[in-house]
Write a protein that binds this ligand. Structure first.
Ligand code: SF4
Length: 353
């Protein structure tokens, strides 16, 4: 069995009460059966507090109640979880104990990462000198692949490694994303024809690197599309609309000047964009093994990097918070994610870049 994770994965520590946001807000957390079965053993008065704050969600699942501010009712005024504080971390439900870590399993391959919806995970990615992966192999025999097309997974493995190397290599981020998208288009054509046993190599040069004069207008459109998704927090679509309007009001010269000022204010913005793109590629590329939809996922990666770059232009220094908000609103909402992927498949995502 092969295990992979980003190099910064093991350094993650929850900020607890010092977190600039909290994962105990807005999300309906459904505790696992083991947690529910063990609640009776919690010390009083925590046991009674837990019992009071379990409710049925819209699907009929038992979840932790949210208060009128959208905060988990078990969150204490000091920003700590009452279960963790009064009973111990080992008694957290599986969901809360694992967040922001997540695991994807593809038969004999297990990949772990940290969701950047957590601001601390976003900071680790933002500040990583490079996005590198650590791989270990326990030498045990592969378990059977259940419903996974091994040939397609092998093709995704090879192609993703090439894309990660491309993104981490020389060249500007927009040119490298354009190459990624063009490559994903070639791969998708192979997948659609069932010829993914022989995936082509990633093109090293598509065209001379050029700046896209339409990127500003494309970003305005993209921010409007994002603002139409179902929001988790009401301030998110308003922020997107405001930024789209601000961006639309800039003349081409003002837009260029804003990009230059941002690069001066944040000299590592190119590295940050590369790390972000690598994170999205690592997290989403292989999911095409479940539905064959690779091109849409590559388009999502490009759209996410473009949207976040343009939001950060107006808020230099707040990159981690913006990445985290985007991830909460889009990556963690399956409906929003698939709506965006399908919207991008129908458009012309290369113009974003
Ligand atoms: S969002 Fe991250 S750092 Fe903040 S409380 Fe949750 S796990 Fe901890």
């Amino acid at each position: 069995m092969i295990y992979r994770r980003p190099s910064y994965y093991d350094t993650f520590r929850c900020l607890g009460g010092a977190c600039p946001d909290t994962c105990c807000r807005d999300w309906s957390v459904v505790p696992d059966d083991d947690f529910l079965a063990g609640c009776a053993a919690a010390p009083s008065p925590l046991k009674e507090r837990i019992a009071r704050n379990l409710a049925a969600d819209e699907d009929g699942d038992t979840c932790f109640r949210l208060d009128e501010r959208g905060m988990c009712a078990l969150l204490t005024p000091d920003g700590l979880c009452a279960i963790q504080r009064d009973w111990g971390e080992e008694h957290l439900c599986a969901h809360c104990a694992s967040y922001p870590r997540f695991i994807e399993e593809y038969g004999s391959l297990t990949e772990s990462s940290l969701a950047i919806s957590c601001p601390e995970a976003a900071r680790l990615l933002l500040e990583a000198p490079r996005f590198t992966l650590i791989e270990t192999d326990d030498g045990k025999a592969d378990p059977p692949f259940d419903g996974i097309d091994r040939t397609l997974l092998d093709g995704l493995e090879q192609s993703r490694a090439q894309v990660l190397a491309l993104l981490d290599g020389p060249g500007g981020i927009w040119h490298k994303l354009r190459l990624t998208l063009a490559y994903a288009g070639q791969l998708q054509a192979r997948i659609d024809r069932g010829r993914y046993g022989e995936m082509p190599a990633c093109p090293l040069v598509l065209s001379p690197p050029q700046d896209n004069p339409r990127r500003q207008a494309a970003a305005v459109q993209l921010l409007h599309v994002l603002s139409g998704l179902d929001p988790l927090r009401p301030g998110w679509p308003a922020l997107l609309r405001n930024r789209a309007e601000q961006l639309a009001r800039l003349s081409p010269a003002q837009y260029t000047a804003l990009c230059v000022r941002y690069a001066q204010a944040n000299p590592v913005c190119e590295r940050q964009a590369v790390n972000l793109a690598c994170y999205f590629v690592f997290r989403h590329w292989h999911k095409a093994v479940n539905d064959d939809a690779l091109y849409g996922r590559a388009a999502f990666v490009c759209a996410a990097v473009s949207a976040l770059y343009h939001l950060c232009l107006f808020q230099p220094g707040e990159e981690a918070a913006l990445w985290s908000q985007f991830s909460r609103e889009v990556e963690h909402d399956e409906d929003n994610l698939s709506e965006l992927i399908w919207a991008l498949c129908g458009g012309a995502p290369a113009h974003l870049l």
